[in-house]
Design a protein around this ligand. Structure first.
Ligand code: KIV
Ligand code: ZN
Length: 388
C-alpha cells in the first residue's frame, strides 16, 4: 500500500492560545508562526479574527508573513465573523476560512436553542459565504464526538455540496473512546455523498487523556488531516499534541502514513512555545518532556549503556535532543557510575570503583541527584587512584 500524507494543522495560536494565562502578543505570535512554518506544518490556524482587534491584526500579520503554509482563521457560522476573517486573511498566499456550528443535540437544543434543520441551513449559508471569499473552506461540526452519526453525515454532505474542502470532526469535549472515534470517521468516509471532494480532519481534546489515541484512530480510518498543538496546549486538558502524533506516525511505518514535519525541530519548538506561553512542559511528557530520554534506575541504565534501543524507541537526535541522559540517583547501579566517571576522565579499577560506589550511595541517599561536580569531590575525598 502506498504511503499517504497526513496534513498537520497546527492550532497552537488559536485553540492553544485560549488557555488562561497563555496569551501571546503579536510579536510572539509571529515568532511562533515562523517556527511552525520551519517545522513544516501544512496549516497554521492563526486566530479567531472577529474575537478582538488584536487577534485580527495578528492573523493579518501572520497571513502577510507566511510563504508556504496555509493560514487559517476561525469563525462561527455567523456572517460578520466570516467577512472579518476574509478581511484578515486578505494578504495570505494560501488562505483558509474555518467555519462551523454545533451539531450534537446538546449544542443544538441547549446552546443554540434551535432545530437540526436550522443548523443544516446555517452551515450551508456559512460555507457558501466563506466560499465567496476563498477557495479553501473548512467546516467544523462542533461536538461531533457526541453527535448522532446519521445527522453528522447529513451536515457533512450539505457542507460539501456548499463547497467545503475539509470537514473537521471535533471531539470537542474529549469524550470518545478511540474505537468509537475511529468508527465515526469510517462511517462518514463510507456514507457521506461527495466525500471524495473533501478530506476529513480530526480535532481531539484531551479531557480523558485520549486525544492522541483518538487522532490516530481517526487517521487509521480515513481522516487525512490532524489538528493539534505544540505540547498539547489548549482548552481545559488541552488538544492533541503535535509532537506525539507526528512521532507515532514516524515510529509505526506499518500505518503507511507520513507527515511533512522536520522532527529535528520538535524539541526547540516545544521549548519556544513553553517559554513564550509561560506554560511549563511536564517532565514526563512524551517526546519533549525533560525526562523523555533520561534513565535513572540501575537496570535501565545498564541496558541503555550496553545498547540504547533496550529502553529507547526513539533516537533523541531525531527530535532535536542531543543525547539520552543517565541520571545518577540512589537507584543507579555501578555500571552507570562507572560510565559517568569514565566520561569525566576517571577510569577506576574494580576495588576503587567499589569504594566510589559505596560513598556515591551515601551521597545519593542524602540528595535527589548526584551531579558531575559531586563526583569530582567524591574522587578527591576518597583519594581514588585513576587508571589511564
Ligand atoms: O473543539 C472544537 O470543537 C473547536 C472548534 C471551534 C473547531 O475548537
Ligand atoms: Zn478545539
Amino acid at each position: 500500500m502506498a504511503t499517504q500524507k497526513i496534513q498537520i494543522f497546527d492550532t497552537t495560536l488559536r485553540d492553544g492560545e485560549q488557555v488562561p494565562g497563555c496569551k501571546l502578543n503579536q510579536q510572539e505570535k509571529l515568532i511562533i508562526a515562523r517556527q511552525l512554518e520551519a517545522l513544516g506544518v501544512d496549516v497554521i490556524e492563526a486566530g479567531f479574527p472577529v474575537s478582538s482587534p488584536g487577534d485580527f491584526a495578528a492573523v493579518a500579520a501572520i497571513a502577510a508573513q507566511t510563504r508556504e503554509a496555509t493560514v487559517c482563521g476561525l469563525t462561527r457560522a455567523v456572517e460578520n465573523d466570516i467577512r472579518v476573517a476574509a478581511e484578515a486573511l486578505r494578504g495570505a498566499r494560501r488562505p483558509r476560512i474555518h467555519t462551523g456550528i454545533g451539531t450534537s443535540d446538546l449544542h443544538v437544543q441547549q446552546k443554540l436553542r434551535t432545530t437540526r434543520e436550522d443548523v443544516v441551513q446555517r452551515a450551508i449559508a456559512a460555507v457558501k459565504l466563506a466560499k465567496s471569499f476563498v477557495e479553501d473552506v473548512e467546516f467544523y461540526a462542533e461536538d461531533a464526538g457526541r453527535t448522532d452519526n446519521e445527522f453528522l453525515a447529513r451536515v457533512c454532505e450539505a457542507a460539501i455540496a456548499a463547497g467545503a474542502t475539509v470537514l473537521n470532526i471535533p471531539d470537542t469535549t474529549g469524550y470518545c473512546l478511540p474505537h468509537e472515534y475511529g468508527a465515526k470517521i469510517k462511517y462518514l468516509y463510507e456514507n457521506v455523498k461527495g466525500i471524495h471532494r473533501a478530506i476529513l480532519s480530526t480535532h481531539c481534546h484531551n479531557d480523558l487523556g485520549l486525544a492522541t489515541a483518538n487522532s490516530i484512530a481517526g487517521v487509521s480510518n480515513g481522516a487525512r488531516q490532524i489538528e493539534c498543538t505544540i505540547n498539547g496546549v489548549g482548552e481545559r486538558a488541552g488538544n492533541t499534541a503535535l509532537e506525539e502524533v507526528v512521532m507515532i506516525l514516524r515510529q509505526h511505518a506499518d500505518l503507511n502514513l507520513t507527515t511533512g514535519i522536520n522532527t529535528r525541530l520538535l524539541a526547540e519548538t516545544s521549548a519556544m512555545v513553553s517559554h513564550l506561553m509561560s506554560m511549563p512542559v511536564q517532565a514526563n511528557k512524551a517526546i519533549v518532556g525533560a525526562n523523555a530520554f533520561a534513565h535513572s534506575s540501575g537496570i535501565h541504565q545498564d541496558g541503555v549503556i550496553k545498547c540504547r534501543e533496550t529502553y529507547e524507541i526513539i533516537d533523541p537526535k531525531e527530535v532535536g535532543v542531543a543525547d539520552s541522559s543517565i541520571v545518577l540517583t540512589a537507584r543507579s547501579g555501578r555500571a552507570a557510575l562507572a560510565y559517568r566517571l569514565q566520561k569525566l576522565g576517571y577510569d577506576l579499577e574494580r576495588p576503587a570503583l567499589n569504594t566510589a560506589y559505596a560513598s556515591f550511595l551515601q551521597m545519593a541517599d542524602s540528595q535527589r541527584e548526584v551531579f558531575d561536580n559531586d563526583l569530582h569531590i567524591l574522587i578527591e575525598q576518597e583519594k581514588l587512584v585513576v587508571v589511564g
